[in-house]
Design a protein around this ligand. Structure first.
Ligand code: BQF
Length: 295
């Protein structure tokens, strides 16, 4: 089999067009224009590029956006004060604190300080808990983007065996909960694997759907994949490439060419899950501005 390529970039553009149209209708009737704020701490090049993508996407959708840049030496209390301001600012519908943060900042404390109503990343325990219980919540952006891909490509999930590789709080863990949940996309039988999994290849070989969220370039090789499997690649690994403009190239966690020859569907890197992550953040921000989740 030769896999169909899931065009995340195209799909994200379609979603952003849909959002833009809705924002235009909101403007026409004098409603509130969605406003996303992003806090960027320090100069981490990957973080800067992610925030740029988000600000540019806000412009594409007709959203207002505010970027708050703070130096890497900001103290924990100073950062918490910034979050408190954003929690109180009635103009801001939702905001994110871009990860990763410098080592001296406790990401958990930062996440806990965000008002769940404005937590459009869906990382606050209240939103995670509501997600896990199937209550209305802001879904974490990457898992939600993957669900949206499965849905818009009409990929069957009910009764399928899904293997998630990587148990992070922002991708692997919520993804396993959502795919095991009721409805479509969902109703999967899910195996959540991680660094202590005994025989990973035995697990992935049984999978109808594989979600790779490990952060190791080319980790999933063709011998680990069943013929006809759906392969979703969350990895965004920077590998050195002297021929590339920036001196590096993005590579997923999947050995793409060899796995694509076996899979039924596959997501590329770049242009797969990444753009859908950003589109999901915008969907959450629109829902925040409409007070869809918390009234
Ligand atoms: C693409 C992210 C790890 C840790 C923190 C488009 C993005 C990436 C790739 C992007 C990511 C990854 C984001 C592509 C946001 C996705 O064309 O392939 C967009 O901006 N992302 C983030 O905010 O924090 C991360 C990955």
């Amino acid at each position: 089999m030769s896999a169909k390529i899931i065009d995340g970039k195209g799909l994200a553009n379609t979603i952003k067009d849909e959002i833009r149209e809705e924002v235009e209708r909101i403007k026409e009737r004098g409603g509130k224009i969605p406003h996303l704020a992003a806090v960027l701490v320090g100069e981490n090049p990957a973080s800067q590029s992610y925030v740029r993508n988000k600000v540019r996407s806000c412009e594409q959708c007709g959203f207002q956006s505010t970027l708050i840049r703070k130096p890497a030496i900001i103290t924990q209390p100073q950062l918490l004060a910034v979050i408190d301001e954003l929690n109180k600012d009635e103009e801001i519908d939702g905001f994110i604190v871009q990860l990763p943060l410098p080592d001296h900042i406790d990401e958990e404390l930062v996440t806990l300080a965000i008002d769940p109503k404005k937590d459009v990343d869906g990382f606050h325990p209240v939103n995670f808990g509501r997600m896990a219980l199937g209550l209305p919540s802001y879904l974490p952006a990457t898992p939600n983007g993957i669900l949206e891909m499965l849905k818009r490509y009409n990929i069957e999930t009910s009764g399928k065996h899904c293997v998630v590789v990587g148990r992070s709080n922002i991708v692997g863990k919520p993804m396993s909960i959502l795919l095991a949940g009721k409805g479509y996309p969902g109703n999967c039988t899910v195996t959540l694997t991680h660094s202590r999994t005994k025989d990973l290849k035995a697990e992935t070989l049984r999978a109808d759907i594989i979600i790779m969220a490990l952060g190791k370039a080319n980790f999933l090789t063709a011998d680990m994949v069943k013929e006809g499997a759906v392969v979703i690649d969350v990895g965004i690994n920077r590998v050195d490439d002297v021929t590339a403009k920036r001196g590096y190239r993005l590579k997923g966690d999947v050995d793409y060419d060899a796995v694509a020859a076996k899979a039924s569907y596959i997501t590329p890197v770049p242009g797969g899950v990444g753009p859908m992550t950003v589109a999901s953040l915008l969907m959450n921000t629109l829902r925040a501005s409409k007070k869809e989740v918390y009234g």
